[in-house]
Design a protein around this ligand. Structure first.
Ligand SMILES: NC(=O)c1ccc[n+]([C@@H]2O[C@H](COP(=O)([O-])OP(=O)(O)OC[C@H]3O[C@@H](n4cnc5c(N)ncnc54)[C@H](O)[C@@H]3O)[C@@H](O)[C@H]2O)c1
Length: 389
């Protein structure tokens, strides 16, 4: 019955809309009608990406700009707990701002989607409010910082029909997608190990993030590298052993890990070593350091994620200017912008080649296990009930 209504609604539009409707009918149905009924909008109009941004900090303001410049999307509103951030958002974007996600969602029944860019530990509450209202979600990595939080978000979304994409932006980096394709050729070889260092200078926990103490280098950085390790290889982690160091940041009043190393055994017998530190000196040529190595039985890949091919020598020393995000003709473009533009496609047409809630849940479970291993000093089996079968 509902599917009949949806197809008939699109049949009134262009041939493309009919085709899109047929492709996406089963997948989108509940959410479309939920929002349709809530906002009292026509079904055709409801295929617009009308987006609210939750958290207007570094990432949220970038995403808000990307949405505002995307002709296929409409930036509806921004919310943030900080009045300073809201003042900045009101100056930059001609949209209403709110002090809470509840206020934003309540004031805008026309919203069809939201981007959650709050600190890691605050994803759950924001995402659950948005999912309760049936909004499609792009949630920054990690999906959540506990398995229970991730499951709560997913359960709410399943109930309302919201769909979730997780912001694992490195999947949009052409270096990694090129290597992923190469690994699938005959020359790629049989995977043996992936060894990855993704570190930040001490600037990040001490000056950039006000919430570093509620996170860790493992929560902030390893979701990127673990998702890549899984996505590049098509394997999944089954156990992890982690070691770490505390003291430098704690000595500065930020009570979290300085550095974490985690070794994962994967379900194909390969292993993955992830290193993430938050205490590199600020004299490093970029605010982060990203070195990725993949060894197979016939090949080795070295991928440099932080050196974008430009070295600048000047009064400030040696610098690696970054070009993952840049401006062209007055518009923002680059890797995370490609990701958010694909979120618009995900909302409108149901594009499925994006990181899902299952990908997000797996990474959250695995990074939670990293912290468990750090606390217990032992190997943690990720899914003992599954692997004992
Ligand atoms: N900064 C990066 O390089 C980077 C890169 C990739 C992903 N991320 C992820 O993006 C997310 C946001 O990180 P960020 O660097 O933009 O942090 P940020 O501190 O710059 O911004 C977070 C914003 O969320 C607001 N906020 C906190 N709780 C809120 C709530 N309940 N409702 C509404 N707003 C709330 C804060 O006031 C702040 O303005 C994190 O999950 C982070 O891991 C960050």
């Amino acid at each position: 019955m509902e599917s009949h209504i949806l197809v008939r609604g699109f049949a009134a539009g262009s041939a493309t809309h009919v085709f899109d409707a047929l492709l996406s009918v089963g997948f989108r149905l509940t959410r479309v009608l939920t929002n349709h009924e809530r906002a009292g909008l026509s079904v055709t109009a409801d295929r617009q990406a009308r987006v609210g941004v939750v958290g207007g900090g570094i990432r949220g303001s970038m995403f808000a700009r990307a949405i505002s410049e995307n002709p296929r999307a409409h930036l509806v509103a921004i919310c943030d707990q900080s009045s300073r951030v809201l003042q900045g958002a009101a100056t930059s974007f001609d949209v209403p701002t709110y002090g809470s996600v509840e206020a934003m969602v309540g004031a805008h029944p026309e919203l069809t989607a939201a981007i959650v860019a709050t600190p890691d530990f605050a994803h759950r509450d924001a995402a659950v409010v948005c999912a309760t209202h049936g909004l499609d979600l792009m949630i920054e990595k990690p999906l959540a910082t506990t398995t229970a939080d991730a499951e709560a978000i997913i359960a709410t979304a399943n109930k309302s029909g919201s769909r979730i994409m997780v912001g694992f932006e490195n999947r949009w980096n052409p270096r990694f997608s090129t290597v992923r394709n190469l690994l699938r050729t005959v020359d790629g070889g049989r995977l043996i190990t992936q060894q990855v260092s993704l570190n930040d200078t001490i600037f990040v926990p001490t000056k950039m993030l006000s919430w570093a103490e509620k996170s860790s280098p493992a929560w902030f950085l390893m979701p990127h590298t673990l998702d890549l390790a899984i996505w590049l290889s098509g394997t999944q982690p089954v156990s992890v052993y982690a070691r770490g160091h505390r003291g430098v940041l704690a000595g500065l009043g930020i009570n979290t890990w300085d550095s974490v190393s985690a070794t994962f055994t994967m379900n194909d017998g390969s292993y993955v070593v992830l290193n993430s530190s938050w205490i590199l000196p600020e004299t490093a040529p970029a605010v982060y350091d990203f070195r990725y190595e993949i060894q197979t039985d016939s090949t080795v890949f070295h991928i440099d994620g932080a050196n974008h091919g430009i070295t600048q020598y000047g009064a400030a020393g040696v610098r690696w200017p970054q070009c993952a995000v840049f401006e062209r003709s007055g518009r923002i473009t680059g890797i995370p912008i490609d990701m958010v533009n694909d979120f618009v496609g995900f909302v409108r047409e149901g594009d499925t080649d994006v990181p899902t809630h299952e990908d997000g849940l797996l990474v959250t479970q695995a990074i939670e296990a990293v912290h468990e291993s750090l606390a217990e000093g032992s190997i943690i089996e990720l899914f003992p009930h599954v692997h004992k079968k």
